[in-house]
Design a protein around this ligand. Structure first.
Ligand code: AMP
Length: 392
């Protein structure tokens, strides 16, 4: 049973109440992180206290910021940056993840002074620039093989590492990095803090846990499954030029108060907002070409119910965390079925039913069939040829 008091307390948790300083709270807010995710609520204070962490969490849980924020906070508190060799090492399975995690360190550390230097190193590209870049870096995000190469070429030592993060440890093992990892572990100082994230807790991960971690705090994040049964999906068949009027018709006739509309381009987003506004519907867009402050403001207004329609591109929608959104409309279909489920999953959470509508042009029909097949659910189609859209 849900303890209401406890729930209320959890909802009051802010990034500052978890122990983060102003420059980090500011950066998190700019990224539209309004409230800490559960994993962040659990991990941030423990990491700040120097505890080892065993985290069972997948991508999408907010695990990256759950270790990036407290690590940056520790730099901020000591005002010390590393010497020649990095004091934080993050091991990741792939080149893409290395780049992504390093980016998160940079973005969330944007307001820190002194600056914290993060460098990503991975295989498949020339080693020389990386040999130079790691010199004097505070944080190194690396794939295991390339890190060993850099060490064997004397570009780097692990002797100063105080915090070790193993991100997606199960994937590292899956990709055959076990030997490289064991070798790296022998090169690390014994006295250090270790943070391990894995999507699953298999035997190999248990072994790493037993040998590397000291009485870790275990954090497990249950994945929030998109419950398709809670979402009423409808597909409106419509010609491309009638999409705009149909959207306004739906918003008005269903008296929607809060609707998130997805589009595929920045231009469509801006056009829609102009037309909606002309029709007396309060709307604003968030997309990559809007400044950070505007995005934050729009999102806040939308959440507060002061804005009927928020138009978003997928990219910007990733960070949007709104519970109990009543309506999602796909003005344009997303390319991947996964994105489709992700988009409509913003409605129909917990016990509240939500509605997800998609506008399907003749050109979209084939693609929409694929989406339905992948999703494993058929969506009822509504023919709109007879709908009179005059005046919308
Ligand atoms: P991750 O699980 O680390 O891959 O993060 C998943 C996504 O959630 C990323 O796009 C983050 O930018 C976003 N995110 C992380 N923490 C928060 C938060 N507290 N509020 C909103 N979005 C977040």
């Amino acid at each position: 049973m849900v303890d209401p008091l406890n729930e209320a307390e959890k909802n009051n948790v802010t990034f500052s109440s978890l122990g983060l300083s102003e420059p980090l709270v500011k950066a998190a807010t700019e990224q539209l992180y309004t409230r800490p995710y559960p994993i962040q609520r659990d991990a941030i204070p423990s990491i700040l206290r120097g505890k080892d962490i065993l985290g069972i969490a997948k991508t999408g849980s907010g695990k990256t910021a759950s270790f990036v924020l407290p690590i940056l906070e520790l730099f901020h508190r000591t005002k010390e940056t590393s010497g020649r060799y990095a004091s934080v090492l993050v091991l990741v399975p792939t080149r893409e993840l290395a780049g992504q995690v390093a980016d998160v360190f940079q973005t969330l550390g944007a307001h820190l002074f002194p600056k914290v230097k993060t460098v990503a190193v991975y295989g498949g590209v020339a080693i020389n620039p990386q040999m130079r870049a790691v010199y004097g870096a505070d944080i190194i995000v690396a794939t295991p093989g390339r890190l060993l190469d850099l060490i064997s070429q004397n570009a780097l030592r692990l002797s100063d590492v105080e915090i070790l993060v193993l991100d997606e440890a199960d994937k590292m093992l899956e990709l055959g990095f076990a030997d490289e990892m064991s070798k790296l572990f022998t090169l690390l100082p014994k006295k250090r803090q270790t943070i391990l994230f894995s999507a699953t807790l298999g035997d190999a991960i248990q072994d790493i846990n037993a040998t590397l971690l000291r009485t870790p705090i275990k954090i497990e994040v249950a994945e929030e499954e998109t419950n398709l049964d809670l979402i009423e999906q409808l597909a409106y068949k419509v010609d491309a030029e009638r999409k705009g009027p149909l959207l306004r018709y739906l918003i008005k006739t269903e008296k929607m108060k809060q609707v998130l509309v997805f589009v595929s381009s920045t231009r469509t987003a801006d056009n829609l907002v102009v037309k909606l506004t002309k029709n007396g519907i309060q709307a604003a867009a968030i997309h990559g070409q809007k400044g950070q402050n505007i995005r934050t403001e729009v999102l806040q207004k939308f959440k507060a119910g002061q804005l009927t329609v928020m138009v978003a591109t997928d990219l910007l929608a990733r960070g949007i965390d709104i519970q109990l959104l009543p309506y999602v409309i796909n003005f344009d279909l997303p390319r991947s079925p996964k994105d489709y489920v992700h988009r409509i999953g913003r409605t129909g959470r917990a016990e509240a039913k939500g509605k997800a509508y998609s506008l399907i042009t003749p050109d979209d029909e084939h693609h929409f069939k694929i989406i339905q097949k992948k999703m494993g659910k058929r969506v009822e189609q509504v023919d709109t040829t007879e709908v009179d859209l005059k005046g919308y």
